[in-house]
Ligand binder design. Structure first.
Ligand SMILES: [Mg+2]
Length: 225
């Protein structure tokens, strides 16, 4: 059996800012401002790292930031749930539903998540578009600050869940962070240019496979074999 670890934002779905809006509201409540300077892209980073970086930008010390994060996430989840329910522009990316349905019934493949979202946030987002059922387990931003570590947690949980050793592990993601983290755990990487990074920036990281989207379901499955 091969294991596929899927990233969420930019790979499976686009929330078009709902997640960041939730974080900003929580931030405004806690520190009185939601002025977040867009100095770098948060895409591909874990929620923990994103939250700490924003708090540092707002003048908090690293110690203060680390202490604020648990309460920040508690509030973030309240807003995320509300904003997701209100959102009329959540998008499941092209080919995703078809590919997951195809893989789900194929005994050659096991499915799991490998995402920087904290677990409850990940599950809220996927619940809203009915994709949770494909992913019995995963590694999440609530498991580790570094992406490679949470991917490894995902592999370990999947091994227990599927009761098998995987002949190959694929990481499926949309940013250079996914590619590098996948490499670090010895996985193969399928990069999809459907999200937050350009095809060129993904190509520069030399993923094993680089696609514009997941529309060609049988082509994707064949390439993963
Ligand atoms: Mg992503």
């Amino acid at each position: 059996m091969k294991l596929l670890l899927f990233d969420i934002d930019g790979t499976l779905i686009m929330t078009h800012g709902v997640g960041m809006r939730g974080l900003k509201e929580a931030m405004r409540e806690m520190v009185g401002t939601s002025q977040i300077r867009d100095l770098f892209s948060f895409a591909g980073l874990t929620d923990q790292v994103i939250a700490e970086r924003i708090l540092l930008q707002l003048g908090k010390s690293q110690e203060e930031a680390t202490a604020l994060v648990p309460e920040l996430f508690r509030r973030y989840l309240v807003y995320l749930r509300r904003f997701l329910a209100e959102a009329d522009h959540l998008e499941v990316l092209p080919g995703v539903r078809e590919l997951l349905s195809r893989l789900e019934v194929d005994p050659e493949f096991g499915l799991a998540l490998g995402t920087g979202n904290i677990e409850q946030g990940a599950r809220l987002k996927l619940e809203q578009v009915d994709l949770n059922r494909y992913f019995p387990v995963g590694g999440f931003g609530s498991d580790a600050r570094q992406r490679s570590e949470l991917l490894q947690v995902g592999v370990d949980r999947a091994r227990k869940h599927y009761q098998t050793h995987f002949s190959r592990v694929w990481v499926v993601g949309d940013t250079p962070h996914d590619i590098r983290a996948g490499r670090e755990i010895g996985a193969s990487v399928l990069a999809v240019a459907s999200g937050f990074a350009s095809r060129e920036s993904l190509a520069a990281e030399q993923p094993d496979l680089l696609l514009d989207n997941l529309v060609d379901v049988e082509g994707v499955v064949a390439a993963l074999e």
